[in-house]
Design a binder for this molecule. Structure first.
Ligand code: SAM
Ligand code: SF4
Ligand code: FES
Length: 348
Protein backbone atom coordinates (compact mmCIF):
# COMPACT_ATOMS: atom_id res chain seq x y z
CA UNK A 1 0.00 0.00 0.00
CA UNK A 2 2.68 2.52 1.04
CA UNK A 3 5.03 1.26 -1.65
CA UNK A 4 2.33 1.90 -4.24
CA UNK A 5 2.10 5.51 -2.97
CA UNK A 6 5.84 5.81 -3.56
CA UNK A 7 5.40 4.39 -7.07
CA UNK A 8 2.64 6.91 -7.76
CA UNK A 9 4.84 9.74 -6.51
CA UNK A 10 7.66 8.56 -8.77
CA UNK A 11 5.36 8.53 -11.80
CA UNK A 12 3.27 11.65 -11.15
CA UNK A 13 5.68 13.68 -8.98
CA UNK A 14 2.78 14.62 -6.70
CA UNK A 15 0.39 13.13 -4.16
CA UNK A 16 -2.61 14.69 -2.51
CA UNK A 17 -2.40 15.98 1.06
CA UNK A 18 -3.79 12.88 2.76
CA UNK A 19 -1.49 10.63 0.73
CA UNK A 20 1.56 12.71 1.65
CA UNK A 21 0.57 12.44 5.32
CA UNK A 22 0.11 8.69 5.01
CA UNK A 23 3.54 8.34 3.41
CA UNK A 24 5.37 10.59 5.89
CA UNK A 25 3.92 8.64 8.83
CA UNK A 26 6.12 5.72 7.73
CA UNK A 27 9.41 7.55 8.12
CA UNK A 28 10.64 5.18 10.83
CA UNK A 29 9.85 2.04 8.82
CA UNK A 30 13.19 0.73 7.57
CA UNK A 31 11.79 -1.28 4.67
CA UNK A 32 9.75 1.65 3.34
CA UNK A 33 12.68 4.06 3.80
CA UNK A 34 15.04 1.73 1.92
CA UNK A 35 12.52 1.42 -0.91
CA UNK A 36 12.09 5.22 -1.09
CA UNK A 37 15.82 6.02 -0.84
CA UNK A 38 16.64 3.51 -3.59
CA UNK A 39 14.22 5.20 -5.95
CA UNK A 40 15.45 8.69 -5.01
CA UNK A 41 19.08 7.72 -5.61
CA UNK A 42 18.22 6.14 -8.99
CA UNK A 43 16.51 9.36 -10.13
CA UNK A 44 19.37 11.55 -8.89
CA UNK A 45 21.81 9.16 -10.60
CA UNK A 46 19.87 9.43 -13.87
CA UNK A 47 20.15 13.22 -13.95
CA UNK A 48 23.43 13.90 -12.16
CA UNK A 49 25.36 10.61 -12.06
CA UNK A 50 27.57 10.44 -8.98
CA UNK A 51 28.50 14.14 -9.14
CA UNK A 52 27.98 16.22 -6.02
CA UNK A 53 27.87 19.98 -6.46
CA UNK A 54 29.46 22.26 -3.97
CA UNK A 55 28.78 25.87 -2.98
CA UNK A 56 31.08 28.08 -0.97
CA UNK A 57 29.14 29.71 1.84
CA UNK A 58 30.21 33.15 3.06
CA UNK A 59 28.34 34.25 6.18
CA UNK A 60 28.59 38.00 5.69
CA UNK A 61 26.87 39.25 8.85
CA UNK A 62 25.28 37.90 12.01
CA UNK A 63 23.37 41.13 12.72
CA UNK A 64 19.63 40.69 12.22
CA UNK A 65 16.68 43.00 12.73
CA UNK A 66 14.28 40.05 13.09
CA UNK A 67 13.35 37.88 16.01
CA UNK A 68 12.47 34.48 14.60
CA UNK A 69 11.92 32.39 17.74
CA UNK A 70 14.18 29.56 16.57
CA UNK A 71 17.32 31.40 15.45
CA UNK A 72 20.43 32.24 17.45
CA UNK A 73 21.02 35.39 15.38
CA UNK A 74 17.73 36.98 16.46
CA UNK A 75 17.96 40.66 17.44
CA UNK A 76 16.96 40.01 21.05
CA UNK A 77 19.88 37.65 21.62
CA UNK A 78 22.09 40.08 23.52
CA UNK A 79 24.74 37.47 24.36
CA UNK A 80 25.96 36.99 20.80
CA UNK A 81 29.08 38.85 19.63
CA UNK A 82 28.05 40.57 16.39
CA UNK A 83 30.21 40.96 13.29
CA UNK A 84 29.87 41.99 9.68
CA UNK A 85 32.30 41.47 6.81
CA UNK A 86 33.38 44.33 4.57
CA UNK A 87 33.57 44.14 0.79
CA UNK A 88 37.31 43.35 0.73
CA UNK A 89 36.92 40.45 3.15
CA UNK A 90 33.96 39.03 1.19
CA UNK A 91 35.97 39.24 -2.04
CA UNK A 92 38.95 37.59 -0.33
CA UNK A 93 36.67 34.70 0.75
CA UNK A 94 35.47 34.31 -2.85
CA UNK A 95 39.07 34.41 -4.07
CA UNK A 96 40.07 31.64 -1.69
CA UNK A 97 36.96 29.70 -2.69
CA UNK A 98 37.74 30.04 -6.37
CA UNK A 99 41.26 28.68 -5.79
CA UNK A 100 39.72 25.73 -3.95
CA UNK A 101 37.47 24.91 -6.92
CA UNK A 102 34.19 26.60 -5.96
CA UNK A 103 32.18 28.04 -8.84
CA UNK A 104 29.19 29.15 -6.80
CA UNK A 105 29.39 31.62 -3.94
CA UNK A 106 26.54 31.93 -1.47
CA UNK A 107 26.40 35.16 0.53
CA UNK A 108 24.24 34.53 3.56
CA UNK A 109 23.40 36.66 6.56
CA UNK A 110 20.86 38.08 8.92
CA UNK A 111 18.65 40.95 7.76
CA UNK A 112 21.30 43.58 8.43
CA UNK A 113 20.24 47.04 7.29
CA UNK A 114 23.81 48.31 7.66
CA UNK A 115 24.27 47.06 4.10
CA UNK A 116 22.34 49.47 1.91
CA UNK A 117 21.11 48.48 -1.55
CA UNK A 118 24.02 50.47 -3.01
CA UNK A 119 26.57 48.62 -0.86
CA UNK A 120 25.12 45.22 -1.71
CA UNK A 121 24.92 45.89 -5.45
CA UNK A 122 28.52 47.10 -5.31
CA UNK A 123 29.61 43.86 -3.59
CA UNK A 124 27.65 41.69 -6.04
CA UNK A 125 28.90 43.52 -9.13
CA UNK A 126 32.49 43.30 -7.89
CA UNK A 127 32.18 39.52 -7.48
CA UNK A 128 30.51 39.32 -10.89
CA UNK A 129 33.36 41.26 -12.47
CA UNK A 130 36.05 39.13 -10.82
CA UNK A 131 34.34 35.80 -11.59
CA UNK A 132 32.20 36.24 -14.71
CA UNK A 133 31.40 32.52 -14.99
CA UNK A 134 30.57 31.81 -11.36
CA UNK A 135 27.08 31.72 -9.91
CA UNK A 136 26.29 34.25 -7.18
CA UNK A 137 23.65 33.13 -4.72
CA UNK A 138 22.18 35.43 -2.10
CA UNK A 139 20.43 34.40 1.10
CA UNK A 140 19.84 37.65 2.93
CA UNK A 141 16.18 37.41 3.83
CA UNK A 142 13.18 39.51 2.84
CA UNK A 143 13.69 42.62 0.70
CA UNK A 144 11.61 44.81 -1.58
CA UNK A 145 10.97 43.85 -5.20
CA UNK A 146 13.12 46.81 -6.26
CA UNK A 147 16.12 45.70 -4.19
CA UNK A 148 15.87 42.09 -5.40
CA UNK A 149 15.76 43.49 -8.96
CA UNK A 150 18.78 45.76 -8.41
CA UNK A 151 20.80 42.84 -7.03
CA UNK A 152 19.80 40.66 -9.96
CA UNK A 153 20.85 43.38 -12.37
CA UNK A 154 24.16 43.68 -10.50
CA UNK A 155 24.85 40.02 -11.29
CA UNK A 156 23.21 37.78 -8.68
CA UNK A 157 21.67 34.65 -10.22
CA UNK A 158 20.16 32.67 -7.38
CA UNK A 159 18.33 33.41 -4.13
CA UNK A 160 17.70 31.12 -1.18
CA UNK A 161 14.71 32.01 0.98
CA UNK A 162 13.20 29.15 2.91
CA UNK A 163 9.45 29.54 3.28
CA UNK A 164 9.96 27.94 6.76
CA UNK A 165 6.36 26.67 6.92
CA UNK A 166 3.54 27.01 4.39
CA UNK A 167 0.90 27.07 7.11
CA UNK A 168 0.00 30.60 8.28
CA UNK A 169 -0.97 29.54 11.83
CA UNK A 170 2.23 27.53 12.23
CA UNK A 171 4.24 30.44 10.79
CA UNK A 172 2.79 32.67 13.51
CA UNK A 173 4.00 30.23 16.18
CA UNK A 174 7.58 30.46 14.88
CA UNK A 175 7.77 34.21 14.28
CA UNK A 176 6.68 37.48 15.88
CA UNK A 177 3.71 39.29 14.35
CA UNK A 178 5.84 41.56 12.12
CA UNK A 179 6.73 38.56 9.96
CA UNK A 180 4.12 36.77 7.91
CA UNK A 181 3.92 33.66 5.79
CA UNK A 182 2.16 35.79 3.19
CA UNK A 183 5.05 38.21 2.77
CA UNK A 184 7.56 35.36 2.70
CA UNK A 185 5.65 33.71 -0.14
CA UNK A 186 5.29 37.05 -1.94
CA UNK A 187 9.09 37.49 -1.79
CA UNK A 188 9.51 34.06 -3.40
CA UNK A 189 7.07 34.99 -6.17
CA UNK A 190 8.93 38.26 -6.74
CA UNK A 191 12.30 36.51 -6.94
CA UNK A 192 10.92 34.05 -9.47
CA UNK A 193 9.33 36.79 -11.53
CA UNK A 194 12.61 38.72 -11.68
CA UNK A 195 14.37 35.66 -13.06
CA UNK A 196 16.37 34.32 -10.13
CA UNK A 197 16.86 30.57 -9.76
CA UNK A 198 14.97 30.23 -6.52
CA UNK A 199 15.54 28.03 -3.49
CA UNK A 200 13.05 27.52 -0.72
CA UNK A 201 12.68 25.05 2.13
CA UNK A 202 11.88 24.48 5.77
CA UNK A 203 13.16 23.09 9.04
CA UNK A 204 12.19 19.53 9.84
CA UNK A 205 10.81 19.14 13.34
CA UNK A 206 10.40 22.83 14.04
CA UNK A 207 8.33 23.37 17.20
CA UNK A 208 4.58 22.64 16.78
CA UNK A 209 5.12 21.09 13.33
CA UNK A 210 2.73 18.26 12.40
CA UNK A 211 2.68 15.78 9.51
CA UNK A 212 -0.13 17.88 8.10
CA UNK A 213 2.13 20.94 8.04
CA UNK A 214 4.82 18.92 6.27
CA UNK A 215 2.31 17.80 3.65
CA UNK A 216 1.37 21.46 3.13
CA UNK A 217 5.07 22.33 2.75
CA UNK A 218 5.43 19.68 0.05
CA UNK A 219 2.33 20.93 -1.79
CA UNK A 220 3.61 24.51 -1.62
CA UNK A 221 6.95 23.40 -3.07
CA UNK A 222 5.20 21.44 -5.83
CA UNK A 223 3.32 24.57 -6.78
CA UNK A 224 6.36 26.91 -6.62
CA UNK A 225 8.62 24.52 -8.57
CA UNK A 226 11.87 25.95 -7.17
CA UNK A 227 15.27 25.01 -8.60
CA UNK A 228 16.65 24.37 -5.08
CA UNK A 229 15.16 23.13 -1.83
CA UNK A 230 17.01 23.43 1.47
CA UNK A 231 15.75 21.37 4.38
CA UNK A 232 17.49 20.48 7.62
CA UNK A 233 16.50 19.41 11.10
CA UNK A 234 15.56 22.10 13.61
CA UNK A 235 18.25 22.33 16.30
CA UNK A 236 17.57 24.40 19.42
CA UNK A 237 19.76 27.37 20.33
CA UNK A 238 20.19 28.06 24.03
CA UNK A 239 19.60 31.85 23.75
CA UNK A 240 16.20 31.63 22.03
CA UNK A 241 12.62 31.14 23.21
CA UNK A 242 12.85 27.61 21.73
CA UNK A 243 15.90 26.63 23.80
CA UNK A 244 14.04 23.74 25.45
CA UNK A 245 12.21 22.46 22.38
CA UNK A 246 12.92 19.02 20.95
CA UNK A 247 15.37 18.82 18.04
CA UNK A 248 14.23 17.57 14.62
CA UNK A 249 14.67 13.97 13.46
CA UNK A 250 17.51 12.98 11.12
CA UNK A 251 15.47 10.03 9.86
CA UNK A 252 12.49 12.23 9.00
CA UNK A 253 14.79 14.75 7.24
CA UNK A 254 16.25 11.95 5.09
CA UNK A 255 12.77 10.65 4.30
CA UNK A 256 11.66 14.13 3.17
CA UNK A 257 14.82 14.61 1.06
CA UNK A 258 13.94 11.42 -0.80
CA UNK A 259 10.32 12.53 -1.28
CA UNK A 260 11.55 15.87 -2.67
CA UNK A 261 13.83 14.07 -5.14
CA UNK A 262 10.82 12.09 -6.43
CA UNK A 263 8.71 15.26 -6.64
CA UNK A 264 11.34 17.38 -8.40
CA UNK A 265 13.72 14.98 -10.18
CA UNK A 266 16.28 17.62 -11.19
CA UNK A 267 16.11 19.79 -8.07
CA UNK A 268 19.33 20.93 -6.39
CA UNK A 269 19.07 19.45 -2.94
CA UNK A 270 21.71 20.21 -0.30
CA UNK A 271 22.69 17.73 2.36
CA UNK A 272 22.85 20.39 5.05
CA UNK A 273 25.27 21.28 7.83
CA UNK A 274 22.38 20.84 10.30
CA UNK A 275 22.17 17.16 9.24
CA UNK A 276 25.92 16.85 9.82
CA UNK A 277 25.55 18.52 13.20
CA UNK A 278 23.00 16.01 14.52
CA UNK A 279 24.67 12.94 13.02
CA UNK A 280 28.39 12.56 12.27
CA UNK A 281 27.44 10.77 9.03
CA UNK A 282 24.43 12.99 8.37
CA UNK A 283 25.70 14.60 5.17
CA UNK A 284 26.66 11.23 3.68
CA UNK A 285 23.24 9.86 4.61
CA UNK A 286 21.61 12.88 2.93
CA UNK A 287 23.38 12.13 -0.35
CA UNK A 288 22.33 8.47 -0.04
CA UNK A 289 18.72 9.65 0.33
CA UNK A 290 18.79 11.70 -2.90
CA UNK A 291 20.57 15.00 -2.10
CA UNK A 292 23.22 16.25 -4.55
CA UNK A 293 24.76 19.42 -3.07
CA UNK A 294 27.06 20.21 -0.13
CA UNK A 295 27.76 23.71 1.13
CA UNK A 296 31.05 24.03 2.97
CA UNK A 297 31.93 27.22 4.76
CA UNK A 298 34.23 29.88 3.27
CA UNK A 299 33.78 32.43 6.07
CA UNK A 300 36.94 33.54 7.88
CA UNK A 301 37.58 31.18 10.82
CA UNK A 302 37.68 34.20 13.16
CA UNK A 303 33.93 34.80 12.71
CA UNK A 304 32.61 31.28 12.16
CA UNK A 305 31.70 30.51 15.73
CA UNK A 306 29.73 33.77 15.86
CA UNK A 307 27.35 32.63 13.10
CA UNK A 308 25.79 30.12 15.43
CA UNK A 309 22.17 29.88 14.36
CA UNK A 310 21.80 26.70 16.46
CA UNK A 311 23.90 25.02 19.16
CA UNK A 312 27.00 22.92 18.39
CA UNK A 313 27.15 23.84 14.70
CA UNK A 314 29.97 21.89 13.03
CA UNK A 315 32.90 23.28 11.01
CA UNK A 316 33.29 26.42 13.09
CA UNK A 317 37.01 25.83 13.77
CA UNK A 318 38.19 24.55 10.41
CA UNK A 319 39.73 26.47 7.53
CA UNK A 320 37.89 26.43 4.18
CA UNK A 321 40.50 24.09 2.71
CA UNK A 322 40.07 21.63 5.59
CA UNK A 323 36.31 21.47 5.04
CA UNK A 324 36.82 21.05 1.32
CA UNK A 325 39.13 18.06 1.75
CA UNK A 326 37.00 16.63 4.52
CA UNK A 327 33.93 16.70 2.29
CA UNK A 328 35.85 15.28 -0.65
CA UNK A 329 36.87 12.32 1.51
CA UNK A 330 33.38 11.89 2.88
CA UNK A 331 31.80 11.85 -0.58
CA UNK A 332 34.43 9.47 -1.94
CA UNK A 333 33.81 7.11 0.96
CA UNK A 334 30.26 6.58 -0.33
CA UNK A 335 31.15 6.41 -4.03
CA UNK A 336 30.45 10.04 -5.00
CA UNK A 337 32.72 12.83 -6.20
CA UNK A 338 32.63 16.59 -5.74
CA UNK A 339 32.91 18.39 -9.07
CA UNK A 340 34.26 21.82 -10.05
CA UNK A 341 31.11 23.19 -11.66
CA UNK A 342 28.56 25.96 -11.25
CA UNK A 343 26.06 23.20 -10.67
CA UNK A 344 23.02 24.62 -12.40
CA UNK A 345 19.79 22.64 -12.21
CA UNK A 346 19.40 20.37 -15.21
CA UNK A 347 16.22 20.63 -17.21
CA UNK A 348 14.25 17.43 -17.57
N1 SAM B 1 18.26 35.64 7.39
C1 SAM B 1 18.08 34.85 6.24
C2 SAM B 1 16.76 34.11 6.30
O1 SAM B 1 16.22 33.98 7.37
O2 SAM B 1 16.31 33.67 5.23
C3 SAM B 1 19.20 33.87 5.98
C4 SAM B 1 19.93 33.34 7.17
S1 SAM B 1 18.98 32.22 8.19
C5 SAM B 1 20.09 31.91 9.52
C6 SAM B 1 19.04 30.72 7.20
C7 SAM B 1 18.15 29.59 7.64
O3 SAM B 1 18.60 29.05 8.88
C8 SAM B 1 16.71 29.92 7.92
O4 SAM B 1 15.97 29.94 6.74
C9 SAM B 1 16.27 28.79 8.88
O5 SAM B 1 15.50 27.80 8.20
C10 SAM B 1 17.60 28.21 9.34
N2 SAM B 1 17.64 28.16 10.81
C11 SAM B 1 17.54 29.20 11.65
N3 SAM B 1 17.56 28.77 12.94
C12 SAM B 1 17.66 27.42 12.90
C13 SAM B 1 17.70 26.40 13.89
N4 SAM B 1 17.63 26.69 15.18
N5 SAM B 1 17.80 25.10 13.49
C14 SAM B 1 17.89 24.81 12.17
N6 SAM B 1 17.86 25.73 11.19
C15 SAM B 1 17.73 27.02 11.55
FE1 SF4 C 1 17.28 36.70 11.16
FE2 SF4 C 1 17.20 34.75 9.31
FE3 SF4 C 1 17.72 34.21 11.91
FE4 SF4 C 1 15.25 34.99 11.23
S1 SF4 C 1 16.31 33.09 10.55
S2 SF4 C 1 16.45 35.76 13.00
S3 SF4 C 1 15.70 36.44 9.57
S4 SF4 C 1 18.99 35.37 10.51
FE1 FES D 1 34.05 21.01 7.81
FE2 FES D 1 34.36 18.24 7.80
S1 FES D 1 33.24 19.56 6.43
S2 FES D 1 35.38 19.78 9.05
Amino acid sequence: MIKSLINTLEQRHILDKSEFIELIKNFENQEISDYLFKKAVAIRQKHYGNAVYTRGLVEISNHCRNNCYYCGLRAENKKIERYRLDKETILACCHEGYQLGFRTFVLQGGEDKFYTETMLTDIVSSIRKAYPYCAITLSLGEMSYETYLALYQAGANRYLLRHETANAAHYALLHPAQLSEKNRKQCLENLKKIGYQVGTGFMVGSPFQTFEHLAEDLLFIAQLQPQMVGIGPFIPHHQTPFADKEKGSVQLTLFLLAILRLMLPTVLLPSTTALGTLDPQGREKGILAGANVVMPNLSPVAVRKKYEIYDNKICTGEEAAECKFCLHRRMESIGYRIVVDRGDAKTK
